[in-house]
Design a protein around this ligand. Structure first.
Ligand SMILES: *[C@@H]1O[C@H](CO)[C@@H](O)[C@H](O)[C@H]1NC(C)=O
Ligand SMILES: *[C@@H]1O[C@H](CO)[C@@H](O)[C@H](O)[C@H]1NC(C)=O
Length: 437
């Protein structure tokens, strides 16, 4: 115990120095005075829908803490890092592999039980390690062992604290498309299960089990844990379906340009680990034909040679940005029918991308082709330039239009985006659609 404490203090000093030296946040956050006991944590986000295909945050993990890039995924629970345990199959990563200390979680640990589900859980002996295997719907997977280590967190009340959290040490990762690897060190699982680090932080009394993200169309944005600075108004809330493993909302009906369609009653899941949105086959086919009907064939021609996405068009001249192409398309609206006045408004720039070849492509894909069956998975492309909040305390998800280029200011306890700190979201390596789920 006392050893731990000493270590913690050393870590704290080290981290303070690192943080001051690094000064990687070019903005000032005005901290709210300690009105509430529980506080929040805010992280700057990097990445984009295209060409990167994912958004990530930097987490500082270990003793001493080292930075790791983690893919933000509200479609799965488990956080994991590529890990030198030793690694039998790791993918190229921005940082060197996480080296576990002797901090194994045992098979009888409640976290291990909730990870596997009580029914599927068998321990040969109480000292046995807690193995995990997680398979994503994009056919990627991670296999490893559960460990505990310190996560350095800077709370919005000014406190820096490093709670010991359980996560996966992944020593065998499979990816679907080796030509387009995600360039991260692991995944930040923000689902609603008990094994997520959100639930762990909640059980330690540090935060409320609330997570929000604001993903900018220009790249970057921010992520937060906790409910400290939820806006008092302006958020549209819709209840989560109970008994779901995912953030499931719905059913929802689809409108195009304010007109009803026969795409109705879609079960919806929100998943930030998915780059694009996936509609079930029937909904997808109807939507694509409706979009095509609405296009002016003189202005837009099919661009089958552009392999960035399945459906692309070229204009008279190459498009420079998605706003350039948006006026050829109509807005979409998802109308959630089990709540009053709950709609997700999607201007064309929330479902289109402009590729490096200057074509405009549809960022909605056929989920039937990748085995998602009836589910309609709302990915990053639909969630851009919105504040999206997953509130596990009150089993609801909410959203509001937002400017995600600036970190929130927290002095008023209110969400306030009048801050000129731009977050660097530089576009780099090519990476296509991925979805984690
Ligand atoms: C999560 O933990 C809570 C409280 O410990 C428990 O009531 C609930 O059944 C758990 N849920 C799952 C899916 O394990
Ligand atoms: C700040 O928040 C953290 C996390 O909730 C809490 O542990 C700590 O006591 C708070 N500090 C102050 C000074 O209120």
């Amino acid at each position: 115990m006392s050893m731990d404490r000493e270590l913690y203090l050393n870590v704290l000093v080290l981290c303070l120095l690192t943080w001051i030296a690094a000064a990687d946040l070019p903005h000032t956050i005005a901290f709210k005075s300690g009105r509430t006991f529980r506080s929040s944590v805010v992280f700057p986000v990097a990445g984009n829908v295209y060409p990167k295909g994912y958004y990530h945050v930097t987490m500082n993990v270990g003793q001493p803490p080292r930075p790791y890039f983690l893919d933000i995924d509200t479609g799965s629970d488990l956080t994991w890092l590529q890990c030198d345990a030793p690694c039998t199959k790791c993918t190229p990563a921005p940082h060197s592999l996480y080296k576990p200390k002797q901090n194994l979680i045992t098979c009888v640990d409640p976290l291990c039980v909730s990870l596997h589900g009580p029914g599927n859980h068998h321990c040969q002996s109480p000292e046995e390690q807690c193995d995990y295997e997680i398979d994503y719907a994009d056919h990627g997977s991670s296999l490893g062992v559960m460990v505990k280590d310190l996560f350095l967190l800077r709370f919005t009340n000014g406190t820096i604290f490093a709670p010991k959290l359980a996560f996966g040490c992944g020593y065998n990762q499979e990816v679907q498309d080796t030509a387009h690897l995600p360039y991260t060190d692991g995944v930040l699982g923000l689902g609603l299960g008990n094994s997520s680090i959100l639930a762990q932080l909640r059980n330690m009394g540090l935060i409320r089990n609330v997570v929000g993200h604001c993903l900018s169309r220009q790249g970057g944005g921010f992520l937060f844990f906790g409910d400290d600075f939820l806006p008092n108004s302006g958020i549209i809330w819709t209840p989560l379906l109970s008994q779901s493993k995912y953030y499931s909302l719905g059913p929802a009906d689809l409108q195009i340009g304010g007109q009803a369609t026969n795409v109705k009653g879609l079960p919806i899941v929100f998943d930030s680990g998915s780059t694009y949105t996936y509609f079930s086959s029937q909904a997808y086919n109807t939507l694509v034909s409706l979009i095509k009907q609405n296009l002016n064939e003189k202005q837009l021609k099919d661009a089958v040679e552009d392999k960035s996405l399945p459906v692309c068009w070229k204009g008279a001249k190459p498009f420079k940005s998605v706003l350039d192409a948006a006026n050829h398309f109509k807005p979409l609206t998802l109308i959630f029918t089990n709540a009053k006045n709950v709609q997700l408004h999607l201007p064309p720039e929330s479902y289109l991308v402009v590729t490096e070849q200057g074509n405009v492509c549809l960022g909605i894909l056929n989920g039937g082709e990748v085995g998602l069956e009836n589910l309609n998975v709302i990915g990053d492309i639909f969630l851009q330039d919105k504040l999206v909040i997953y509130d596990n305390e009150r089993q609801r998800v909410g959203w509001a239009p937002a400017n995600c280029n600036n970190l929130p200011k927290m002095d008023s306890g209110d969400f306030d985006l009048h801050n000129d700190a731009a977050i660097d979201g530089t576009l780099r390596d090519m990476c296509p659609a991925r979805f984690r789920f």
